[in-house]
Design a binder for this molecule. Structure first.
Ligand SMILES: [Zn+2]
Length: 426
């Protein structure tokens, strides 16, 4: 960043790891108070650090805007705490994120000591403060700050944020992009990430900066092959999955495969979100829309069962296979998957398909690292990533009208960041 630029950016979370995203941009003005913008305020998972609010460079009540790149808990999970700590500014996100925000936070708050009444009050406050915006349009904030949200193709409503800041001391505008989480090209249901505008500073995620994923075609073949083999002995295939994004992708792909055994979505939150995905078909890609136009609901099929009530979940625990059970949480830190593992982890007929990133220290990672006794077979299906791989990240940067003056990599473990630095040649 130029020395005379009155913009200071601190990475308060997910600087060197992949959860707890939180970035602060302070724009000082020659006259009057600085404008403080927070981009994401996520919960950290596993051993990832979480900075207390009293250690923030500015107090929560001095934050003017909170931009949310998408509704995953590691990007929005601390919003209720931020409000309790004094934040009273505007929350800016896309319409899709606005639709997902309350259901996601309600679920997360249900694991706290808060009463139903307190949770309802927080939800109301968040609803009052938050605004949904269109993709691809430039909007103005105060003091010469403009922003535009680009489709990040990561989950429904995900965006990257482009800021243009008019500097009083300088003729040139200063442009910053926060990538948020970038999705893969050819993701089921969602369109590819938008081409970014030019910028001076790019703050980019690097989760999979050190590897390339299998193609979607290959990944479906692998899923099909693994399922056939795993279910042949009449066992159960457990798929721990994020309720938001991964669950809907899995339903979509299992629908394309054509399942011959029952598939259970044992996740009240996953079911609620699937309904939001189904409702917001304006956010779908061409393939999903074409299927719907032909009368084939792309995220529903015969043999797909919703397990909403806890009593039905209990019954499912003792059910004999073959069957597929999709349940949260994605990293096995809680939720109904934990009950399933208690029942089924030691049965060699069963299989676990890991289809998402397992952060350091989480139960999911410990199972993969064989630190937990487990007789079920473990499969890692790496192709199921909601994050762009190295080639996609490089291509995304190169698709800009010109190279950014500076690129800062965040949201990645050190080996991934190092590999991406080399691939980008920075
Ligand atoms: Zn995400």
């Amino acid at each position: 960043m130029q020395k005379d630029t009155p913009i200071k950016i601190d990475h308060l979370g997910a600087k060197n790891c992949v959860t707890g995203s939180c970035h602060l941009m302070q724009i000082s003005a020659a006259r009057g108070r600085a404008v403080n913008i927070l981009v994401d305020c996520g919960k950290a998972q596993g051993k990832d650090p979480e900075l207390p609010f009293d250690a923030f460079p500015v107090a929560p009540e001095k934050i003017d805007y909170l931009f949310l790149t998408h509704a995953h808990i590691d990007h929005i999970g601390r919003v209720p705490d931020l409000i309790e700590a004094g934040f009273d500014g505007e929350i800016i996100c896309t319409h899709g994120t606005k639709a997902l925000l309350i259901p996601m936070l309600r679920d997360s708050l249900s694991f706290t000591q808060k009463s139903k009444q307190e949770i309802r009050a927080i939800e109301q406050r968040i609803d009052d403060l938050s605004w949904g915006f269109e993709y691809g349009e430039v909007f103005s904030l105060k003091k010469g700050i403009h922003f535009k949200l680009g489709n990040a193709g990561h989950i429904l409503g995900s965006c990257f944020v482009w800021f243009k800041i008019s500097l009083e001391s300088n003729e040139d505008d200063y442009r910053v992009i926060f990538s948020g989480d970038l999705g893969c090209t050819d993701t089921p249901i969602l369109p590819d990430p938008d081409i970014p505008d030019a910028c001076d500073l790019l703050i980019m995620e690097s989760t999979y900066g050190d590897r390339n994923h299998e193609s979607r075609k290959k990944r479906i073949e692998v899923l099909k092959r693994c399922l056939t083999r795993a279910l042949a002995d009449g066992g159960i295939v457990y798929i721990p999955a994020f309720s938001l994004g991964r669950t809907q992708e899995l339903i979509y792909e299992l629908d394309r495969i054509g399942m011959k055994v029952p598939v259970f979505i044992d996740s009240p939150l996953g079911l609620k979100i699937t309904k939001i995905y189904a409702r917001m078909d304006e956010c779908w890609d061409r393939e999903a829309r074409a299927l719907k136009a032909r009368g084939d609901d792309p995220i529903n099929f015969k043999g797909l069962y919703s397990v909403e009530r806890f009593g039905d979940h209990k019954k499912l625990l003792n059910m004999a296979g073959p069957a597929v059970i999709i349940a949260g949480s994605g990293m096995c830190t809680g939720g109904r998957i934990v009950d399933h593992f208690k029942h089924g982890l030691n049965d060699p007929k069963n299989d676990i398909f890991f289809v998402g990133y397992q952060a350091k220290g989480t139960p999911g990672r410990r199972i993969i690292e064989k630190k937990v006794p487990c007789r079920a077979r473990i499969h890692k299906l790496s192709g199921y990533s909601a994050h762009a791989d190295q080639a996609m990240l490089v291509k995304w940067v190169n698709s800009m009208p010109g190279p950014p003056r500076e690129i800062r990599l965040v949201h990645g473990e050190s080996h991934a960041r190092k590999a991406l630095v080399a691939a980008l040649g920075i």
